[in-house]
Design a protein around this ligand. Structure first.
Ligand code: FAD
Length: 359
């Protein structure tokens, strides 16, 4: 359907694309979002099992920036997020210890995807639509999806997807912007889950209400498969579901096991967790196991030594890029990237443009 000439298309309805859409909406500018997934959320997705919901992407997020703090405060007041975990543990070679670092962390409630569901409210989000090509025509943009359907025309296109996927859309139109995308590596991560019919056993020396455990610090060997485990039924709003674990692999391990099938990955991650249980503890057999490979899980933007830290990129031809790849590897970075781009597009005066070519 033809769009008003000032309208903006946003490819990707993860937290960055949604934050951008909401910043435009706040100034009355129409934005149309397209996502290849069944629902918005991207790397903040949760998976529904028959009797449990497991978080497969972000497990929690922290807050540093005042604008994000304001947003998180509003979500908290409306019951979409809660602080979690308050019983975080870490495993070292000498066993389990309580991890206290004074950092306040948050989670979506009753599942992580509640945050992006809430952000999608009031926005026009088309799901199940993979944008495969952009076409320029008469200073306007058309989007072509996997069924060769054309969407548009749009005055501007925001690309809010992981940088390697963004590069593929840009190469035909903005080769140097595509090159900037290719310079940001996104590392893969396997995320597994295990569901149990029986409760997990008590762990000697560990409080029964432990909620999550880290294994990814420098006192653990780098060959370790697992970096983080969380108990989904110990998250706010999920106390009535059965026991389940989310099991995140180390990035190095994920890179070395890309070709493994999902069930084998889930078994290895569960085995890695089992090996780190205190001596003498027996884990029940899981009633359900699985894993998801995030091919583009975490941007490696510090690889060159310095974070790029420009928040987003724009071209003079109406294309723009946002997402965690332009700022940092966290939920907060992705939100800020999209929010700042949305504000800049809404203002759209030459002085407000942070052109991607600027150093
Ligand atoms: C396993 C894992 C654990 C993590 N843990 C944490 C954590 O504990 N704390 C934290 O702060 N951060 C964590 N993160 C990082 C955080 O989840 C991301 O930084 C953030 O969600 C990225 O948001 P985004 O909007 O930039 O990208 P995404 O969430 O990836 O959104 C991009 C969207 O674009 C869609 N898309 C892609 N290509 C196309 C296309 N061609 N057409 C249409 N749609 C398309 C995708 O379906 C997706 O919905 C974790 C990430 C992973 C994978």
């Amino acid at each position: 359907m033809p769009q008003p000439p000032t309208s903006t298309a946003i490819i990707g309805a993860g937290i960055a694309g949604l934050a951008c859409g909401q910043a435009l909406r706040a100034t009355g500018r129409p934005a149309h979002l397209f996502d290849k997934g069944r629902a918005p959320g991207g790397r903040m997705s949760s998976r529904r099992l028959p009797d449990a919901v497991v978080d497969l992407g972000a497990q929690f997020f922290s807050v540093r920036d005042p604008a994000f703090r304001h947003q998180v405060g509003a979500w908290q007041d409306a019951g979409h997020v809660a602080t979690w975990p308050d019983a975080l543990w870490q495993v070292t070679e000498t066993g389990w210890q309580r991890h206290r670092d004074g950092v306040e962390r948050f989670i979506g409630t009753p599942r992580m995807s509640a945050v992006t569901r809430q952000l999608a409210e009031g926005l026009d989000v088309v799901t199940g639509t993979r944008i495969e090509r952009l076409e320029a025509q008469d200073d306007q943009w058309w989007l072509l999806d996997q069924h060769q359907l054309r969407h548009g025309p749009f005055a501007r296109v925001v690309i809010a997807i992981p940088t390697p996927q963004a590069a593929a859309l840009l190469v035909e139109h903005e080769p140097s912007l595509a090159e900037a995308c290719e310079a940001v590596t996104q590392r893969p991560c396997w995320a597994g889950w295990a569901r149990f019919d029986a409760p997990l056993p008590s762990l000697p020396g560990v409080d029964d209400d432990w909620q999550a455990v880290r294994l990814d610090h420098d006192r653990m060997p780098a060959v370790e498969a697992l970096r983080f485990a969380s108990r989904n039924d110990h998250k706010p709003g999920r106390h009535d579901q059965g026991e389940s674990l989310s099991l995140l692999a180390r990035l190095e391990w994920s890179e070395a096991h890309l070709a493994l099938d999902a069930e084998a990955v889930a078994r290895q991650l569960l085995e890695a967790f089992r090996e780190r249980l205190p001596r003498g503890v027996t884990l029940p057999e899981p009633s359900d196991l699985g894993a998801h490979l995030w091919r583009y899980a975490q941007p490696d933007i510090c690889a060159a030594g310095e974070p790029i830290n420009l928040d987003y990129r724009r071209s003079s031809t109406g294309l723009a890029l946002c997402g965690d790849g332009w700022r940092g590897p966290r939920v907060e970075d992705a939100w800020l990237s999209g929010h700042h781009l949305g504000e800049a597009l809404a203002a759209d005066t030459p002085g407000s443009l942070r052109d991607w070519r600027l150093p």
